[in-house]
Design a protein around this ligand. Structure first.
Ligand code: FAD
Length: 534
């Protein structure tokens, strides 16, 4: 007999080896009758008033002939019958029709990599073009930026193998429900990601593990017949009578193709401009800007775990906060929280400062950080140009650069000073790379964003007492939570003005985050296959 038990709890100090005992006791059978137990999902219940505990969904197989007394299920625990195993998640399958020309994928982030994998699995190995460098060559460029403030505009946190997610926390949370989510995680594990991502409710890989994963995935693509070229920037699009006929690489090499999967992320301003120049439909979209907040991790642990904070079983705590500011009809929310991580400089163009967060798999830094952002609507931008969002965010990144002293240091302010409207009360400690400089952060934010943030932070304190503290610092500016531009596509996934062009991932404006961009890449690849023969 096979049973699923949802809500099985373990207290702090009880290892997973206790799960069998607990399951047997719950079912009222001797432990020896439990032939097999598989963890399917694991989460932490850390509601502040009571001791944190781990909550599991497990599948239990009982030995033949066990008769089951009525289960003694407690509150929040359900027992249902089978199935034996949910089975391996299924990926894309079936042979694609013959393609006259090899499809091209531009961009080696999650969207491009999973699009290429989908096409290869279905028998269409592609040419994969990436403007940045492979991970081993990219690493020294990113380090030179963090350590010496030297920015290589073609090789940084946004550009290069693995895309923008390579230097991240590698959180794999996504609100999208999609049958391929399990397959994406399975592939990541096969490529070297920790197996825990298959069961954790809030899975994350960590930048240290991700760097190897993306290299392994590229090698797998090559084994499957794909050609991967780094330092290959798509600089122009050949479009005739509303149909793609090719593209130009690095301003000199023409490549003929009638199908291009465009997975360029949100930081290729030059590519967006070229698309608009060639008549590819682009439209403004709402996005969000703000700051990054950094607390000592211990402070967040204390708030979330109370007196159990510091228990060795507990991972560094996280949070997710939202506030609606009624007077101004704005939302303020925390985003991309990195427990045990660090705040990093992610400049994409010279003369701009951008913040974001990153952590290693074990999340062992003494800091917790998160973006705190406010929604920006296209009406806020005050121009009919669909690319104004690029100019808007750039303007604040430049202000942050100047406020930080012009060497890619980020402007920073104690949270309590920001709320009180003063600066420089005493020196600040931060994990930020390359470094911080005290400034008045209202100067580097649109006034409506600064005002909403102040109100939002006060609201967060109400929801999570202790959030406002002398020990928390704000660092600016966070401008790349999502793309301010959409490359408009139709029901068939193709650009509405250029057939054969399949915009996807975060840069197309239809996805955001590692998992959702990977899934959008898969969807785009399937739509590309569906278009063969048109
Ligand atoms: C520091 C940081 C931390 C993050 N943390 C997380 C996290 O923990 N979890 C999460 O879900 N998301 C996180 N994100 C967001 C996530 O990384 C992105 O949503 C995701 O990478 C988008 O995937 P993508 O493939 O659409 O684009 P990208 O990952 O941006 O990849 C696009 C690729 O296209 C290349 N490219 C651009 N223009 C051209 C061109 N003209 N020709 C050829 N190649 C080109 C770029 O070099 C880049 O490699 C983080 C982002 C950053 C910057």
């Amino acid at each position: 007999m096979v049973l699923n038990i949802n809500g099985l709890g373990l207290s702090l100090g009880e290892g997973e080896e206790f799960l069998k005992t607990k399951a047997a006791s719950l079912l009222g059978v001797p432990e020896g009758m439990v032939a097999d137990l598989k963890v399917r999902r694991r989460s932490i219940d850390a509601r502040r008033a009571r001791p944190p505990r781990f909550v599991y969904l497990v599948t239990v197989r009982l030995k033949e002939g066990v008769s089951l007394p009525p289960a003694k299920t407690g509150a929040g625990v359900t027992v249902t019958e089978g199935p034996e195993h949910p089975g391996e998640p299924q990926g894309p399958a079936g042979r694609a029709p013959f393609a006259e020309r090899r499809p091209v994928v531009a961009g080696c982030g999650p969207a491009g990599l999973f699009a290429a994998l989908t096409l290869a699995v279905r028998g269409l190995p592609v040419l994969l073009l990436e403007r940045g460098k492979a991970v081993p060559e990219r690493l020294p460029d990113v380090s030179a930026f963090w350590e010496k403030g030297v920015l290589n505009p073609e090789s940084h946190v946004h550009f290069g193998e693995g895309g923008a997610g390579t230097f991240s926390d590698g959180k794999l949370t996504s609100r999208v429900k999609n049958p391929y989510t399990g397959w994406v995680k399975r592939v990541l594990v096969d490529m070297g990601a920790p197996a825990a991502i298959l069961v954790d409710a809030r899975p994350h890989i960590g930048t240290d593990r991700l760097r190897a994963v993306v290299v392994n995935l590229r090698n797998r693509l090559v084994e499957m017949g794909c050609e991967v070229r780094f330092g290959a920037r798509v600089t122009d699009f050949l479009i005739r009578r509303g149909r793609l006929s090719g593209l130009v690489v690095n301003g000199e090499e023409e490549i003929r193709t009638d199908r291009l999967l465009l997975a360029i992320g949100q930081s290729a301003d030059d590519t967006y401009r070229k698309l608009a120049e060639r008549g590819v439909a682009v439209a403004p979209k709402s996005f969000a800007v703000g700051l990054r907040v950094e607390h000592p991790q211990e402070v967040i642990n204390r708030i979330q775990y109370g007196r159990w904070s510091g228990h060795p079983d507990l991972p560094p705590a996280d949070y997710f906060l939202t506030a609606k500011i009624a007077e101004t009809d704005r939302s303020v929310y925390s985003f991309c929280m990195c427990p045990g991580g660090r705040v990093i400089g992610c400049s994409a163009q010279g003369g701009g400062v951008i913040t974001n967060g990153m952590s290693c798999f074990i999340r062992d830094s003494p800091y917790a950080n998160s973006a705190l952002v406010v929604n920006v609507r296209s009406e806020d931008l005050g121009s009919g140009d669909p690319l104004t969002g690029l100019v808007f965010r750039r303007q604040w990144e430049e202000k942050a650069f100047l406020a930080g002293g012009g060497a890619y240091f980020a402007p920073a302010q104690r949270m309590t000073d920001f709320l009180a409207g003063k600066t420089g009360s005493s020196s600040l400690k931060s994990s930020f790379l390359p470094g911080i400089r005290q400034a008045d952060l209202r100067e580097v934010l649109p006034p409506f964003v600064a005002a909403a943030l102040k109100r939002g932070i006060e609201e967060f304190e109400r929801k999570m007492p202790g959030f406002i503290t002398e020990e928390a610092n704000l660092i600016g500016v966070e401008t790349r939570t999502s793309s301010p531009v959409r490359i408009v596509r139709g029901e068939d996934g193709q650009s509405v003005t250029a057939k054969g062009l399949f915009p996807c991932g975060e840069g197309a404006g239809y996805a955001g985050g590692i998992i959702s961009s990977a899934l959008d890449g898969i969807r785009a690849a399937e739509r590309l296959i569906g278009s063969l023969g048109d």
